[in-house]
Design a protein around this ligand. Sequence first.
Ligand SMILES: Nc1ncnc2c1ncn2[C@@H]1O[C@H](COP(=O)(O)OP(=O)(O)OP(=O)(O)O)[C@@H](O)[C@H]1O
Ligand SMILES: [Mg+2]
Length: 269
Amino acid sequence: MVKPATLSETDPGAGLAVRLRGVTKVYDSGVVALGPLDFDVRKGEFVSLLGPSGCGKSTALRLIAGLNAPTSGTVGVSHGAGEVRSGRSIGFVFQEPTLMPWSSVRENVRLPLKLAHVPAAEANARIDGALAQVGLSEFAEAFPRELSGGMKMRVSLARALVTDPDILLMDEPFAALDEITRFRLNNDLLSLWQNLRKTVIFVTHSVFESVYLSQRVIVMTARPGRMGAEIRIVAEPRGEDFRTSADYAGYCRKVSRALAPSQPGRRGS
Ligand SMILES: Nc1ncnc2c1ncn2[C@@H]1O[C@H](COP(=O)(O)OP(=O)(O)OP(=O)(O)O)[C@@H](O)[C@H]1O
Ligand SMILES: [Mg+2]
């Protein structure tokens, strides 16, 4: 794993969780996946990355997580009081729940704690806490095959939360779910974010989801992904009233236009 630079190495910014400056990524195959990409995310902020398939959203998340190194530019990640606690301080939720089928829910959630050598008693308490946060306390001993798609995704979320990360990176976590389950998980994620005040960077294809969830939507251009537009969503509280409001429809229109500025009959806004 590549250790992310601290913000102090990349021009410190008070209150920032993540700072990307001139970040590019060229894969060994020669594919220019990203950049140059520049953006900041404030501590505690909920930001969505939205963009066409293949524009480099997952690549950007992997660079922030320190799973890959950028080809050029700097990725600054601040952890807590400025110290780097690589890995433990970032929780990653993938599009697929990627659970171990032979292990119970409890053992799946235990994995990152095992890797961090957390003592068993503390680990058990943390697992109980994380399962309660996602509403799965009663399913601790169940196996993945006994769970619905939404429940599997909750396990994946609990596994990301169990180390109490400062930053939660989510890569299209709800894309494979039906709309009702997706709405429910959207609301649960918002409650978690409001209670835990973590920094969330959420990748999605869905204009509607990005507007519903985030304080700011970063619209990326087609590959190589750059910042195309940035739209701030001001809405309190989020909930079904917001989802059916004229404000919500207006924001969705604005984000859609930013996503497809060159589409015939559409003007960028
Ligand atoms: N490990 C890799 N090796 C080579 N090329 C890669 C690798 N990972 C991604 N790419 C390429 O980089 C580009 C960006 O990929 P990435 O997965 O970041 O896009 P994305 O925006 O997440 O797409 P999607 O919305 O479909 O998930 C694509 O052209 C992809 O083929
Ligand atoms: Mg992706």
